[in-house]
Design a protein around this ligand. Structure first.
Ligand code: ATP
Ligand code: MG
Length: 416
């Protein structure tokens, strides 16, 4: 109770004083009971949205159709949702209707897993746990509220959530819950990929990503949205999962560690686009998977490594090093020392701030045209690329007089 933020307690007190039932619900109850600080607090109440609006000075109607309003209290925002039950699911994605309820148990019974279907009133010190959530929490079990087959058929995302919670919490799937996944895969297939991606990212960033990925494979879920990994051979898939787990928990880095040895560059980028990742994430994944194989470059010269820096870009050097290290750790641990010294070389080369793009050349496009005595033409682009190659070979050449000299020789050579 000491850990519950003041604004949340204030909202609970004020709704209680007006005679409404009000509880903390969902993930925060689960986390409080397992002794972990909740990420956010969900408040549910018997008060209807307009009754909540009447109880506080400032309330924003954030999602009033599904019963959610945001109470602004002392500058803080607290979401309050009216107890509700759901009508039949018609398409495996959303309920046909939502009904407001005065009884918390009706609200809890629409929730996915027993450990997520508890309500706690920290003022009256009452735990409402109609489905044995506390017991499953102690046994570390993910178990559906009521019939798994029915619940997974209602909302095709739930099987993925089951696996996600197993990975995030380090829990086991209850056998009946696990067995209900393969027969409901056709419903999972209909789920919007944005929702799939959201759950997948939580799984991938969890400390037990490898276990989560294995469960995805075994249950058939992975085949639906990531056939490139699901269809890889056993050994390749196992190494991919281990590399993801070995990488730091950032989405682009873990995705690249997972996929690099299976799909590269544009193909990896396409997968991210298909899974509705932001374009920037997809681009980054493309670059990281394209260049991840640093263990093959340990013998290369400085000019060649500067070209790696130019292609990857300074901002992605550290992520790239992390991807390469994770892959090599699980695949070729004997190559790790060589890779680490390559990393140091790449860092030192970058720290010297060499010119890596045409923008950083000591001559502008205009300077180049003047030097060559030409107007805008494809030759300007060609000359610019020539200069960039020259300074990548030797950054000391990046001074206007030296570049002008190089240009003239280049032009004379072309004329000859
Ligand atoms: P996290 O800590 O990862 O946010 P959470 O339990 O809060 O975990 P949310 O996805 O934020 O998970 O959902 C909040 C609560 O809403 C859940 O605890 C669960 O009770 C309920 N819930 C969410 N999604 C579903 C669903 N698809 N079907 C049934 N209940 C759901
Ligand atoms: Mg949550």
């Amino acid at each position: 109770r000491a850990d519950i933020p003041r604004p949340i307690l204030d909202v609970l007190h004020q709704l209680r004083e007006r005679g409404f039932a009000v509880f903390l619900v969902g993930g925060c109850v689960r986390d409080i009971l397992r002794g972990v600080a909740p990420k956010d607090f969900d408040v549910a109440s018997s008060a209807l949205p307009q009754e909540v609006q009447g109880a506080f000075k400032k309330v924003i109607p954030t999602g009033i159709q599904h019963g959610t309003v945001t109470v602004v209290i002392g500058g803080n925002h607290v979401e309050v949702t009216t107890f509700r039950s759901e009508g039949d699911y018609l398409d495996g994605r959303r309920p046909s209707s939502v009904t407001f309820e005065r009884d918390i148990t009706r609200d809890l019974s629409r929730r996915d897993f027993t450990i997520n279907a508890m309500a706690y009133d920290p003022i009256g010190r009452e735990l409402v746990d109609p489905f044995g959530g506390m017991e499953d929490l102690q046994a570390k079990l993910i178990r559906c509220v009521r019939s798994p087959l029915e619940r997974f058929s209602e909302d095709g995302l739930r099987p993925l959530r089951a696996v996600r919670f197993a990975a995030v919490l380090g829990f086991t799937l209850d056998p009946a819950t696990r067995d209900a996944i393969p027969p409901t895969l056709p419903i999972f297939k209909k789920v919007a990929l944005e929702r799939v991606r959201e759950e997948f990212v939580k799984l991938l960033l969890s400390p037990r990503a490898e276990l989560g990925l294995t469960l995805l494979q075994e249950t058939g879920l992975l085949e639906v949205f990531l056939p490139e990994l699901a269809g890889a051979g056993d050994t390749a898939a196992r190494l991919a999962r281990a590399a993801a787990q070995a990488a730091p928990a950032e989405v682009e880095i873990r995705l690249a560690a997972l996929l690099a040895d299976l799909v590269r560059g544009a193909q990896a980028r396409d997968i991210a686009i298909r899974l509705k990742f932001p374009t920037k994430t997809a681009d980054t994944l493309g670059v990281l998977t394209e260049h991840a194989f640093l263990e093959n470059r340990t013998g290369e010269s400085d000019p060649s490594l500067r070209r790696v820096l130019a292609q990857v870009g300074p901002a992605l050097l550290e992520p790239l090093l992390a991807v390469a290290k994770a892959r090599v750790e699980v695949r070729q641990p004997d190559q790790l020392p060589a890779l680490l010294s390559l990393q140091e070389r790449l860092r030192a080369l970058l720290a010297a701030k060499p010119p890596l793009t045409t923008k950083e050349l000591a001559l502008s496009g205009k300077d180049i045209m003047t030097t060559l005595g030409i107007g805008p033409s494809p030759q300007v682009g060609e000359a610019t690329r020539f200069l960039l190659e020259a300074v990548l070979d030797d950054p000391a050449l990046n001074e206007s007089e030296r570049l002008k000299g190089l240009l003239k020789t280049w032009q004379a050579g072309k004329g000859a």
